[in-house]
Design a protein. Sequence first.
Length: 62
Amino acid sequence: MGQYYIDHYNAEIHHTNFVNDRCTILNVASKHRATLQSEREVARLCRDSGYVKCACCDGLVI
Ligand SMILES: [Zn+2]
């Protein structure tokens, strides 16, 4: 099961296993960050709220 970092400030989603130095979420204040384990929730954020997956998640099926 995957786990995801949600960057509510930049409306980006990162996969915790693939977060790297290029991920902007590392510079986002913790109050703007959340973690999600539900792929359904992640998909809903993308679909309904316009969140985008960070490049660190490229190739992953969310
Ligand atoms: Zn990322």
